[in-house]
Design a protein around this ligand. Structure first.
Ligand SMILES: [Mn+2]
Length: 355
C-alpha cells in the first residue's frame, strides 16, 4: 500500500492543509517501520481504547505488527471491542511508540522506566486536546477534532486501506463516546459523515450503544446515587464528591467513577460543575470538571497541573475535602462571575452588526 495512494473520505469536508501534511508524513513513517506499540492515557476512556484498537487494526491491515498497551483496567463496557483481549500491560520492544491523546510519557499508560529501558527509536504523538504538547519526535495535534479516533479515521482513509468492520466498531466507539453521543459542540456535519462511513463499513450503532450505555455495573449506579446525594449547588456552580469509604461501601472501582460529572452539568441553570473523588494514600482528590458554552474549565485544570478540553477537564489536588472543595468552587464561582460580567458588557455595547 503506497502512502500516496489515498482518497478523500466520502461526504466529509477536505482536511485542513496541516492535517494533510501531518497524515502524509505519518504514513511515510509507518511504511518505513515494522513494529509498533500503541498506547493512550491512564484511566482509559472510550476514545483512548477505541482509537488505540482502531489504529492497531489499521497497522495490521498494512502488514505491520502492533501491540496496544494499557496498564489500567479496561472498563467492562468496552470489553466488547474487537481486539480488546489482546491488550497487553507489558511494554514490548518496537520500532516506534504511538501515543494517542497523551501530553507526555507520564500521562500515558506506559511506565517511564519500562519506556526508557526499551529505548524506542521513534515516538509519535497524535492528540486532539488544546493542552496537547509536542513531547514526541513526531507530533500531530488538532484541537478541532471531535475525538482522537477521528484523527485515526482520517489516517485510515488516507492510507487507502478499506475500513474493516472491526476498525469501524473501534473508531465509531471512540467518536460516539468523545462527542457525548454526538451532543458536544465538537459535533459537526463531518462527524456524522465519519459515523455514516463507519456504519456503512459494518458497525452496528444499536449494538454499540447497548454495550456502552446499557451495561453499567450495579456498583457504578450505586456510586452515582452517593454522588448525587452529596450534590451541592450555589448559583450556576454545582459540586459533589465521593470519599474512599463511600467507594468501598458500594464496592465501586475507579472506572465506576467515570461520567459522574456529566450528570452534574446536566442540571438546568448550571454552567460549571466539578466532581471530586478521594484518592488512596495521602490527602488527595481527583477532580473532573464540566462546563457549558464559553466557560473554560480547561484553563482551571491547567492552573492546577491538569488539562483537557474547554468544556471537560480534570486535575489532581492535594488537601482535605473541605480545602480542595473551597478552592475549586472559588475558581468556578470566579469564572461564572467573569462570564456574567462579559455578557453584561456585551449587551450594553452598541451592536456593530447593525452599523
Ligand atoms: Mn479524546
Amino acid at each position: 500500500m503506497s502512502a500516496r495512494n489515498r482518497h478523500a473520505s466520502p461526504g466529509s469536508k477536505p482536511l485542513p492543509m496541516n492535517n494533510q501534511a501531518s497524515i502524509s508524513a505519518l504514513l511515510d513513517l509507518i511504511l518505513e517501520r515494522n513494529s509498533f506499540v500503541v498506547t493512550s492515557h491512564v484511566r482509559p476512556d472510550g476514545d483512548a481504547i477505541g482509537s488505540s484498537l482502531g489504529l492497531m487494526h489499521l497497522l495490521e491491515a498494512m502488514g505491520k505488527q502492533a501491540t496496544v498497551v494499557f496498564t489500567d483496567p479496561i472498563p467492562p463496557n468496552f470489553h466488547f471491542l474487537p481486539g480488546v483481549e489482546r491488550i497487553s500491560s507489558k511494554f514490548p520492544a518496537s520500532d516506534a511508540v504511538i501515543f494517542l491523546e497523551c501530553d507526555s510519557v507520564e500521562r500515558s499508560s506506559i511506565d517511564r522506566l519500562e519506556f526508557e529501558a526499551a529505548q524506542p527509536l521513534l515516538t509519535i504523538n497524535i492528540d486532539h486536546h488544546r493542552s496537547g504538547r509536542n513531547f514526541a519526535q513526531f507530533n500531530w495535534i488538532d484541537p478541532e477534532a471531535a475525538a482522537v479516533g477521528a484523527l485515526v479515521y482520517d489516517l485510515v482513509v488516507a492510507s487507502g486501506v478499506p475500513v474493516s468492520s472491526v476498525m469501524a466498531d473501534c473508531l465509531y466507539t471512540a467518536i460516539l463516546t468523545d462527542t457525548g453521543s454526538f451532543n458536544y459542540p465538537s459535533t459537526s456535519a463531518s462527524t456524522f459523515a465519519m459515523a455514516e462511513h463507519l456504519v456503512r463499513s459494518g458497525t452496528d450503532p444499536n449494538l454499540i450503544a447497548r454495550a456502552i450505555y446499557f451495561c453499567n455495573p450495579l456498583s457504578k449506579v450505586r456510586l452515582l446515587g452517593i454522588a448525587i446525594s452529596n450534590l451541592q449547588i450555589e448559583g450556576a456552580v454545582c459540586w459533589s464528591h465521593v470519599t474512599l469509604a463511600e467507594i468501598d461501601r458500594v464496592g465501586a472501582s475507579v472506572e465506576d467513577c467515570e461520567g459522574v460529572a456529566n450528570h452534574l452539568i446536566g442540571i438546568a441553570g448550571i454552567e460549571g460543575a466539578v466532581f471530586l473523588r478521594e484518592l488512596p494514600g495521602r490527602s488527595q482528590f481527583r477532580l473532573s470538571m464540566r462546563s457549558r458554552g464559553t466557560l473554560n474549565v480547561s484553563r482551571i485544570a491547567e492552573h492546577f497541573g491538569g488539562g483537557g478540553h474547554h468544556n471537560a477537564s480534570g486535575c489532581t489536588m492535594e488537601g482535605s475535602l473541605k480545602e480542595v472543595t473551597e478552592c475549586i468552587v472559588a475558581e468556578l464561582r470566579a469564572a461564572c462571575i467573569q462570564l456574567q460580567e462579559d455578557r453584561l458588557h456585551a449587551s450594553t455595547q452598541p451592536s456593530t452588526l447593525l452599523a
